[in-house]
Design a protein around this ligand. Structure first.
Ligand SMILES: [Zn+2]
Length: 298
């Protein structure tokens, strides 16, 4: 009796210890998807991008369709876990009831890492959906950086938009940015920080307001396929870290830099521009976000 119980215990322990290797055919693969709005398929008017806009409800539907195409593709490409971060404006645009039920979602804008909240070194790939050109780009649809107050953002001497600064943060963690969707200008600009990134151009910017839209069925199919292929071939890199991060931010309104000098390390370099230095990109990112989002001149 005692012996047979022991035998059962041994068999049980063996089968438990075998379990992980028998599951190893499907290794854990975590995909992070940051979803902005301006570069979404079909989105074509500024009465669509904020809650007060007459066509905002339509835009939320368009946004979740592109997000879901990327989620479907990510799972087809081998993802075992997908985290979606709502990255536009209030960051409460995606309705959880409309989102692919397999994905987790982060919601609300009151978060230190904004468009990249929740990303860490445990992820295998990053996808940007619905991204747009950086501030002061003449021909990017709804071009801006962070909010409407920024004229230019530079990290270590390089002018970057949201896609650029978010990619530098991902690189800090060693997580590759494998794909971006948006208008042709946004996709082109993303290549400045991520040269080999897979781009899906969902529309062609004619200027900052006029746009030529591709058929929605085509762009969603292409997003799904690109997500599948880029997740399947994603390779984690070693973290890319600069010795320090020197950030220069130029604003349209000189009141913001003046107020920003309340932070002791923020130096006024022109009446419109400030500079500060941080040791890590996550640390720099948090202050960039405070300066463009949480100083309110109203
Ligand atoms: Zn944006």
């Amino acid at each position: 009796m005692r012996r047979s119980l022991f035998a059962i215990a041994v068999v049980g322990a063996l089968s438990l210890s075998l379990a992980p290797s028998s599951l190893s055919a499907q290794r854990a693969l975590k995909v992070y998807i940051s979803v902005d709005m301006e570069g979404i398929s079909g989105l074509n008017g500024d009465n669509q991008t904020s809650g007060a806009g007459a066509e905002y409800g339509r835009a939320r539907k368009l946004m979740v369709e592109d997000a879901n195409a990327a989620i479907r593709g990510a799972f087809e490409g081998g993802a075992t876990d997908v985290l979606v971060n709502d990255s536009h404006g209030s960051q409460r645009n995606l309705l959880p009831e409309d989102l692919d039920p397999r994905a987790r979602m982060i919601s609300h804008s009151f978060k230190r890492h904004g468009m990249m909240e929740g990303l860490d070194a445990s992820f295998d790939a990053v996808i940007f959906v619905g991204y747009h050109a950086k501030a002061d780009t003449p021909r990017g649809l709804f071009a801006h950086t962070g909010s409407g107050v920024v004229r230019d953002l530079q990290v270590n001497g390089k002018s970057v938009g949201e896609g650029g600064m978010n990619a530098i943060l991902a690189q800090w963690y060693g997580v590759p940015v494998v794909m971006v969707t948006g208008d042709d200008v946004a996709v082109e600009q993303q290549k400045e920080t991520v040269p080999g990134v897979r781009g899906v151009i969902v529309k062609r910017a004619i200027n900052s307001r006029a746009v030529e839209l591709r058929p929605l069925a085509d762009t969603r199919r292409e997003i799904q396929l690109a997500a599948k292929e880029s997740v399947a071939s994603a390779k984690r890199g070693t973290p890319t870290r600069a010795a320090q991060y020197i950030v220069r931010m130029e604003f349209k309104d000189p009141t913001i830099p003046e107020v920003a000098t309340a932070f002791r390390e923020v130096r006024l370099v022109t009446p419109y521009a400030v500079e500060f230095t941080r040791d890590s990109m996550p640390d720099a990112y948090r202050l960039i976000r405070v300066l463009y989002r949480f100083i309110n001149t109203d």
